[in-house]
Design a protein around this ligand. Structure first.
Ligand SMILES: Nc1ncnc2c1ncn2[C@@H]1O[C@H](COP(=O)(O)OP(=O)(O)OP(=O)(O)O)[C@@H](O)[C@H]1O
Length: 238
């Protein structure tokens, strides 16, 4: 299945559109990155896809399902995980407790809930040493990795990720991007992410969209992007 956003206009106040007829496709089994200057509406687009904001124009389809008829609470059941930019972990709780909280949606499946910590620590082994420590004590990169792993516990087909490496040093950011590539290439999941880290966000992508003034500016596969647009990215964004 793929996610198709077609001609979507939306905003926070009546008559003030942040998104202006935006169209984006997250192709199955690919990593799609959306870039654009600060405040262009990247986070707003993700909030509209997950149903936190209602578009007043356009359609959002996940396969045959019209997502504009659903809200954020329906996502997990539809195979979609949303990784927000912040406020996603409980910093005062331990890593193990955060994992338990993330199993809430399948708490009645005891075997699966019990296996959640094993799954997280098998996939991201260096998080295991923090199991009994407060999540807020981990580095920004480790917290982001945990957040991604918690989202994966629901076994999503589609991950929507808001700024995977914001505030994270370049080395750890590189590890996060490698992790995202594995999620796509080895597990066959689909990722749609918005990113301010333009160079890395484009490098890791299969397909790229550039937004400007709340609308579509440029798009293309990475090969096309590299050949035609890479030198001009800085002009559009800064
Ligand atoms: N809850 C809100 N209420 C009103 N306006 C908002 C709200 N959230 C964002 N905006 C406005 O919408 C516009 C787009 O914001 P958005 O966060 O989507 O941009 P962005 O491209 O993700 O930028 P950034 O990378 O800086 O987060 C901005 O002008 C912002 O001030």
């Amino acid at each position: 299945m793929q996610l198709e956003v077609t001609g979507v206009s939306a905003g926070y106040q009546r008559d003030i559109d942040i998104l202006r007829e935006v169209s984006v496709i997250a192709r199955k089994g690919q990593l799609t990155t959306i870039i654009g200057a600060n405040g262009v509406g990247k986070s707003t687009l993700l909030k509209t896809i997950i149903g936190q904001l209602r578009p007043h124009k356009g359609t959002i389809r996940w396969g045959e399902t019209d997502l504009t008829r659903h809200g954020p609470h329906d996502l997990v059941g539809m195979g979609i995980a949303y990784v927000a930019q912040r406020h996603a972990l409980f910093p005062e709780m331990t890593v193990a407790e955060n994992i338990t909280m993330a199993t809430w949606s399948f708490r009645h499946d005891k075997a699966r809930s019990r296996g959640a910590a094993d799954q997280v620590f098998a996939r991201a082994p260096h998080l295991a040493e923090f199991a009994g420590k407060r999540a807020g004590l981990m580095s920004g990169g480790q917290q982001r990795l945990l957040q991604l792993e918690l989202a994966l516990l629901s076994d999503p087909q589609l991950m929507l990720i808001d700024e995977p490496t914001v505030g994270i040093d370049p080395k750890r950011a590189g590890q996060i991007y490698e992790h995202l590539r594995r999620i796509v290439a080895e597990e066959g999941r689909t990722i749609l992410m918005v990113d301010q880290n333009v160079i890395a966000g484009v490098d890791v992508a299969d397909y790229i969209y550039v937004l400007e003034l709340g609308g579509n500016k440029i798009e293309g596969s990475r090969a096309v992007f590299d050949a035609q647009y890479r030198d001009r990215i800085a002009d559009w964004l800064f």
